[in-house]
Design a protein around this ligand. Structure first.
Ligand code: AMP
Ligand code: MG
Length: 331
């Protein structure tokens, strides 16, 4: 199969609509990361997504819709705060989890009685979703556990010859996956941190919780149980810059080619290969995945944990630590 990378012009959109209509998958740009989408009503097409990615069958997908799509057939009981949040943040990088009416394929939510819905703001995603006028179930367009894709080339690198079409919208501005928010209770609860922060949600909804998994419990957002976002090379993780530098020298003297991934204020003086995350939280989110993929050219990718905390850093740190095997149940 030839994998085409096309801008979302009329011809590409017609092609995308045909592919989705016949149960195929289409990768597409969003403002967070690229998605790998299929018709949420089509069981066989959804099964294809899981198979292509090698995604565990208990990690549910997000249904993406265009801004005018009527979601009332997909979900039950929207709380008043959820309507306010939609008004404030959609379209944008916020996924909202509702009680499901069960109309989409049961595979989308992996048998849960809830459905996650997102309205992306990317013009490419909106054009695609309008062209098909269907809910498109889509996880990130990477092989399971690999680093999420923030450029069409990243999708191509993971799925070349296995998917027919990538709708190219350029680099993803946001750079980390959407905030996932549980809207099934009295107060919204963040299941996965992202660019729409807990503080932003609380300022609109009046309150916002953050889900914390208790030991031994199955997480409410099943995807959070897996090691994710991992570069393919060997990795090492430090909170101390001096230790990181020592490890770099060791690797170099053993004939290796190490890289250091760190925030701007931690960039070491001297002769080091550095992948610079920048300084502002949004900048770090924007650069993280591209740098993790670039870092795969190293024999050893050495991370120094950024010091900033709060707001968007919650999402950045969550991805950063999980990429290096920290902050997760599973190896
Ligand atoms: P991905 O699209 O690869 O970023 O993964 C989607 C994320 O959304 C995963 O972390 C899922 O666990 C989460 N998710 C999707 N549907 C639901 C749902 N119904 N309830 C809770 N979390 C969900
Ligand atoms: Mg993913």
């Amino acid at each position: 199969m030839i994998t085409r990378i096309l801008n979302a012009d009329a011809e590409a959109l017609a092609c995308a609509r045909d592919l989705i209509g016949k149960g195929d998958v289409v990768a597409f740009h969003t403002e967070t990361v690229y998605g790998l989408g299929a018709n949420a009503f089509d069981e066989a097409a959804i099964a294809k997504i899981f198979a292509l990615k090698g995604r565990p069958s208990d990690n549910p997908l997000i249904a993406h819709v265009h801004r005018a799509y009527n979601i009332s057939k997909l979900i039950d009981n929207e709380p008043a705060y959820a309507a306010k949040l939609r008004e404030a943040f959609l379209p944008g990088p916020l996924t909202m989890v509702y009680p499901s009416t069960g109309k989409v394929s049961a595979l989308v939510s992996c048998g849960l009685n809830t459905l996650a819905i997102r309205v992306p703001s990317s013009p490419t995603a909106q054009a695609f979703l309008r062209a098909v006028d269907l809910p498109i179930a889509a996880p990130s367009a990477n092989l399971s556990k690999h680093v999420s894709p923030v450029a069409a080339k990243h999708v191509y690198d993971d799925f070349c010859g296995r998917i027919p079409l990538i709708l190219d919208g350029g680099a993803c501005e946001g750079g980390i996956e959407s905030t996932v928010l549980d809207c099934t209770g009295e107060v919204p609860v963040v299941l996965r941190a992202g660019l729409v922060t807990r503080e932003m949600i609380a300022s609109v909804a009046g309150a916002c919780g953050v889900y914390e998994k208790r030991a031994g419990e199955k997480p409410k957002s099943p995807g959070m149980a897996y090691r994710h976002y991992s570069p393919k090379c060997r990795t090492a993780y430090y909170t101390d810059a001096e230790e990181a530098k020592r490890r770099y020298r060791e690797e170099e003297s053993a004939g290796g080619k190490p890289y250091i991934l760190c925030a701007e204020n931690a960039v070491p003086d001297g002769d080091f290969r550095v992948l610079d995350l920048g300084s502002a939280p949004e900048q770090m989110a924007n650069r993280l995945y591209a740098l993790l993929r670039q870092g795969e050219n190293a024999t050893l990718l050495i991370a120094i944990e950024p010091r900033l905390r709060g707001g968007v850093m919650e999402g950045v740190l969550n991805r950063f630590m999980r990429a290096f095997g920290r902050d997760t149940d599973e190896a």
